[in-house]
Design a protein around this ligand. Sequence first.
Ligand SMILES: *Cc1c(COP(=O)(O)O)cnc(C)c1O
Length: 430
Amino acid sequence: MSNTESLKAFNEAKELIPGGVNSPVRAFSSVGGSPLFIAEGEGGYLKDIDGNKYVDFVQSWGPLIFGHRDESIESAVIEAVKHGLSFGAPTEAESELAKLVISMFDSIDKIRFVSSGTEAVMSAIRLARGFTGRDDIVKFTGCYHGHSDSLLVEAGSGAVTFGNPSSPGVPADFTKHTLLAEYNNIESVKKCFADSNDIACIIIEPIAGNMGLVPADKAFLLELRELCDANGALLIFDEVMSGFRASINGAESITGTRPDIVTLGKVIGGGMPVGAFGASKEIMAKLSPEGPVYQAGTLSGNPVAMAAGLAALTKLKKNARVLTVLNERATRLVEGMKKEASACGITMQIDTRGSMFGFFFNANPVKNFADACNSDAELFAKFHAGMLKEGFYFACSLYETGFISTATTDDMIEETIKASAKVFKEITNG
Ligand SMILES: *Cc1c(COP(=O)(O)O)cnc(C)c1O
């Protein structure tokens, strides 16, 4: 496959945009390649500007659960566009999408729409702080909650649970209220409550998808619930990625733990920029203009974005079995690849939740970020490059989750497994 046009485009983009991309993971830096520039999507495929066609397991990093150019989403968007792109005044579509999401999530009575997952989480945390009147928050190493200042934290030195900024430009004062705990390790959370009596909330990806796919243990989530209740803190499920992907009724329906606030994004916009956060009436009543906690957005609830989300979620709700079918396919994919890897002496850890799949080149089960970091990054880079050459587009980082869409057919799954066998053989033979 030639990629001369993509290379040319990347070189030009690098002159104009830092790193040539508008979101860092797209730059392929962790696999040592250079990104493909995309001409168009078609169902389960992605076509680059060199005319190559790939089976797409990224699906825009999650949003496209019905694949590229789904007919009903496309026509809903076109219809909405004809009535105007934005009004900055309420439309009925916002209430319709709100009704739909509320009907799917037991823990959501009221919802507020924003334009990205970052914004949803940032606002949800402000709401939790406003509701409890407390400042500290607990987050887990390896969970990603968007790029707002207080969430760009990494572990400090020694035994302190308070985080340090993980990026220049974030004042230490902005992260000093963020305590870090270890995923699936309840003792580390208890330590946070021992260190602070000012904890407003715990925020967690109940099905972590940003350190590879690492679901939280059910018992761990239940214990988080108990700790929050015992200490008057709120529990926030960040389901920007897992929402509508792992289950149409949220992680609470598969884990048995009920959060106080849920954040959503990705699938909720059907490919358009939408984020949202929702909670009980009582908590949401604190939000302006009903309450004192300020939150706003010029393009929030944008009519075209609402139309896309409405079309996507309506279709999902009508076909409740979709996620079961997608999960069967996702499971077949990772089990098939694991078998081929094993035949070449490579150990893989695999998991799926609904239409999400994850795999690590790792001899041991992955329960947290430290485990994930013990995976073979070099092997992953070779696998990624090999699969790309064969026409299969996987996320260009081992810390990302893979996605199946309804346009990812059984045949594509079989082809992928077959190609993986070839790639694993190439890797092990030298
Ligand atoms: C993608 C993601 C975000 C950030 O969403 P953006 O729309 O990229 O701002 C937040 N939380 C989780 C769990 C995500 O996967």
